[in-house]
Design a protein around this ligand. Structure first.
Ligand code: GLN
Length: 541
């Protein structure tokens, strides 16, 4: 039986170098060579998952089909590999400790002292190896270790991958280290010292990296590559230039030009076909040179934090590719919108999106934005909280239920148009207790969403506690709110549209999580198409 090979990706010098993107790009390349790839991300924090963290701490929480709340890097993995991830693809220190402690309580280690080495490290190795076996055997498992080399928290993970190098043999393991090679303006020089230090630190804990991915603004000259190679104990052709790029989707192409996939195949003794990256190249070309542009305003709360809505940004890129248009996304803080008025920000918008979110702050601004697009007939897409806001706005301003609200923001509201379902009312614990993951939804024939999806049964991913209150279904429908998506038992309102509006769609789920670069999500695709029609006329879309 063929053996599973392992690639370990670590990062050094500073965080935010794009380790997740680098890992996803590598996965994409190996997949293009005909290999079956699986991916795992380790996060060294103690939280069981990022679901309980603020977006300001963590960025987007990426929800998988099976309802796991995971790191946003899993979004990169899904988009680059066009492959669904799940609970087992993101493992935190919290989960590792949790299961080791559970085993100890069960008596599995009876008589033994439970320690970081070997118990914690064994658990980590177990999770990596397991991934090589799920859903048919993988040829390669790529394991990305979160954090930066030198962090106390990541030590057990680094120790575990060090052990695996020894146990699996050197022809079964590649260590890839992502590092920074900064350009220092004052000296007008590119500096290799931070990389030398980072590699030194790795070597001190027993890991000699095989390949260095060097993030840099400038070209890595031959002299620089030679120097890095010499000081870091790798061959010069293992020093890979990872220059800043305009689109994240260029990264796999850049790595391929640098010979990264050949290098890895050779080291792992794997044979792969020549990759056909032409479709991917064409997509990048379209992203880089759109013949026209539309402007979409996203009205949300975490607008200064680029990572908080990562998948939404990407979904717009994908939708732009399919509509042959550059989507300029402008982020507006809903509190500021309330202050300065909707007109100030939305005057020249071709479309408006209200994304998901939690808590009361900023809600009134979102309602104001929705009132504007409803009245001015600007295309609108509401996501999760965005749908709940659309329902509240409609109830208040169209149906005259002036005090309508969600019980999330006002538990005493006389018109709880958004409320807690009975099965959520008992729940007190916060972690993993929302309605999470993929749920089926039945669409109404002839609706905008039916047209968009081209089918009547769909499945989308959820992450929320509150739901549309059915007691208001009739009253809102009479005023022109159309329910166009329901759970199969008819009990949960999943999608709403508005009569007499060219394109107003809001869903209780997160479509952005399922958008892929070569297959834009139908709702984003049609939303952008409606925006193009608004700007350039119906014939242009
Ligand atoms: N806060 C809302 C709820 O819990 C919406 C959540 C979201 O937008 N993801 O139902």
């Amino acid at each position: 039986m063929k053996r599973v090979k392992y690639i370990f990706v670590t990062g050094g010098v500073v965080s935010s170098l794009g380790k997740g993107l680098a890992s996803a790009s590598l996965g994409k390349l190996l997949q293009a060579r005909g290999l079956k790839v699986n991916m795992i991300k380790f996060d060294p924090y103690i939280n069981v998952d990022p679901g309980t963290m603020s977006p300001f701490q963590h960025g987007e929480v990426f929800v998988t089909e099976d309802g796991a709340e995971t790191d946003l890097d899993l979004g990169h993995y899904e988009r680059f590999l066009d492959q669904n991830m799940g609970r087992q693809n993101n493992v935190t220190a919290g989960q590792i400790y949790d299961s080791v402690i559970a085993k100890e309580r069960r008596g599995d280690y009876l008589g033994g002292t439970v320690q970081v080495i070997p118990h914690i490290t064994d658990e980590i190795k177990g999770r990596i190896k397991k991934l090589g076996r799920v859903n048919g055997r993988a040829d390669v498992v790529i394991a990305e270790i979160g954090g930066t080399v030198g962090d106390i928290e990541s030590l057990p993970f680094l120790e575990a991958i060090r052990q695996m190098g020894l146990e699996e043999g050197r022809e079964a393991v590649v260590y890839v280290h992502l590092t920074l090679v900064p350009y220092i303006k004052a000296a007008k020089e590119v500096k290799t010292k931070p990389t030398q230090h980072s590699v030194k630190e790795l070597r001190e804990i027993g890991i000699q990296p095989d390949i260095l991915l060097c993030r840099t603004e400038r070209k890595l000259t031959k002299a620089l590559r030679d120097k890095i190679a010499l000081f870091c104990n790798v061959t010069p052709h293992s020093v890979i230039e990872a220059k800043d790029v305009d689109s994240v989707y260029e990264v796999p192409l850049m790595f391929h030009r640098e010979g990264l996939d050949d290098l890895i195949l050779a080291q792992l003794g794997l044979r792969g076909r020549q990759p056909d990256l032409s479709q991917w190249e064409e997509m990048v070309e379209r992203i880089m040179h759109p013949p026209r542009r539309v402007k979409i305003v996203v009205c949300g709360k975490y607008v200064n934090l680029w990572d908080a809505y990562k998948s939404i940004n990407e979904a717009f890129v994908h939708a732009g590719v399919e509509n042959d248009v550059g989507v300029e996304v402008k982020w507006v803080d809903s509190e500021e919108l309330l202050e300065k008025g909707a007109k100030h920000f939305l005057r020249d918008a071709d479309g408006v999106l209200v994304p998901g979110g939690f808590g009361e702050r900023g809600i009134e601004g979102k309602l104001e934005a929705i009132r504007w697009v409803r009245e001015k007939k600007i295309p609108f897409l509401g996501i999760c909280l965005g749908m709940q806001c659309a329902v509240i706005e409609f109830a208040r301003n169209v149906c005259g239920l002036l005090a309508a609200n969600s019980v999330e923001f006002d538990s005493e509201t006389p018109h709880p148009v958004i409320h807690l379902m009975p099965d959520q009312q008992r729940i007190r614990a916060k972690g993993g207790t929302m309605r999470l993951g993929a749920y089926p939804c039945i669409l109404t024939k002839g609706s905008l969403v039916h047209k968009a999806y081209g089918e009547l049964q769909i499945s989308e991913r959820h992450r929320h506690r509150y739901e549309f209150n059915n007691e208001y279904r009739e009253c809102l429908s009479e005023c022109g709110l159309r329910v166009s998506g329901l759970s199969p038992d008819g009990k949960l309102v999943e999608i709403i549209e508005l009569e007499g509006h060219p394109w107003f769609v809001a869903g209780q789920f997160h479509p952005e999580l399922k958008s892929r670069p070569t297959r834009a999500h139908p709702l984003f695709r049609e939303f952008v198409r409606a925006a193009v029609a608004r700007r350039y006329g119906p014939g242009a879309a």
